[in-house]
Ligand binder design. Structure first.
Ligand code: CP
Length: 358
């Protein structure tokens, strides 16, 4: 049985197949309308959502399945102090698939430890958001005709932005993609993501104007108030990058503008009328690719309930130094830090990927 915690849970072949099926569903939705008949999907949203929650629910309903779940913790026994593991193990008794969003980093990984049904990470704190990345890949493929040989600007909150972390993981698997990380110093891309780009195919800048003429894709993100411990810093940074009609003149004629949404003020509404603005088609693609993902995970779990064993090189056990790691908030017996490859000197937390060196 397979879960989706981070985008690296899928091989290149699996990503290509998902994109192909997602595109086919968007062209021939009726072909798929009974494929999940008799199955139940549970959506556990410990954090607010519009696109992810509704697109997953619409996806399951359009496949002929049914949906249960909560969007507010106060309506579940979590409000009485029930642990995350007990909650998901219970919901797993009633469903064939769980989709979960949680504010703590590594929460999705922790949840899989007690589950006999597949779990999809719909966002775990500032860590990963792999189904947004599948949405982005399908959109890039449909709009550009390829997912390689592209210059991609990622703009805004690169420190806490889980969508950009997952997108870099995915796009760096394809040939000749170059990243332009545009952020203020306080919100730079985390080291563990930059270290993973072993080819060094990235540039960092604080200037959106400098980067706009060079890129094929402009991926704007929101400065996320809910991730800041210090609101003064948020207030100082919140309007730092605003893509407006004037700045759009600097972008290439055939560039596309993406945004995982919701936006606050980082793209002005006048830009919506520009043919390069693709963020609402992107939101729609989220439903099609999630239909493809539900089919894949549920049908595979029914055929093969065993999870493949991961290759682990070397492991140490220690407390995670990341205060937002789920292991510092929920009961875990121990926290393993795995060497990613035989050559690495750094170890990363099994839950939140926080890197430590020894
Ligand atoms: N893109 C995204 O995750 O949007 P929601 O927070 O509305 O789900």
């Amino acid at each position: 049985m397979k879960h989706l915690i981070g985008i690296n849970d899928f091989s290149m072949d699996e990503l290509a197949e998902l994109i192909k099926v997602g595109q086919d569903i968007s062209e021939h939705p009726k072909k798929y309308m009974d494929r999940m008949k008799g199955r139940v999907m549970a959506t556990l949203f410990f954090e607010p959502s519009t696109r992810t929650k509704f697109s997953f629910e619409a996806a399951m309903l359009r496949l002929g399945g049914q949906v249960i779940g909560f969007s507010e913790v106060k309506n579940s026994s979590v409000a009485k102090g029930e642990s995350l593991k007990d909650t998901v193990e219970t919901v797993g008794c009633y469903s064939d698939l769980i989709v979960m969003r949680h504010p703590l980093e590594g929460a999705a990984k922790l949840a899989t430890e007690v589950l006999d049904v597949p779990l999809i990470n719909a966002g775990d704190g500032g860590h990963q958001h792999p189904t947004q990345t599948l949405t982005d890949l399908l959109t890039i493929y449909k709009e550009m005709g390829r997912v390689d040989n592209l210059n991609i600007a990622l703009v805004g909150d690169l420190k806490y932005g889980r969508t950009v972390h997952s997108l870099v993981d995915a796009m760096s698997k394809y040939d000749n993609n170059t990243f332009f990380f545009v952020s203020p110093k306080e919100l730079e891309m985390p080291e563990y993501i930059k270290n993973s780009l072993k080819g060094g195919c990235f540039f960092e800048s604080t200037s959106l104007e400098e980067v706009l003429p060079k890129v094929d894709i402009v991926y704007m993100t929101r400065i996320q108030k809910e991730r800041f411990d210090d609101l003064e810093t948020y207030e100082r940074l919140k309007g730092i990058y605003i893509l407006d009609k004037e700045k759009m003149e600097l972008a290439k004629e055939d560039a596309i503008i993406l945004h995982p949404l919701p936006r606050v003020n980082e793209i002005t509404e006048e830009v919506d009328r520009d043919p390069r603005a693709k963020y609402f088609p992107q939101a729609k693609n989220g439903m099609y690719i999630r239909m493809a993902l539900i089919l894949k995970l549920v049908e595979e779990a029914e055929k093969n309930p065993q999870r493949p064993v991961e290759e682990v090189y070397s492991t140490i056990y220690t407390k995670c130094p990341n205060p937002k790691c789920v292991s510092n908030h929920e009961y875990v017996e121990s926290v393993a830090f795995h060497e990613k490859t035989a050559e690495d000197l750094a170890y990363s937390c099994e839950y939140c990927d926080k890197v430590i060196t020894i």
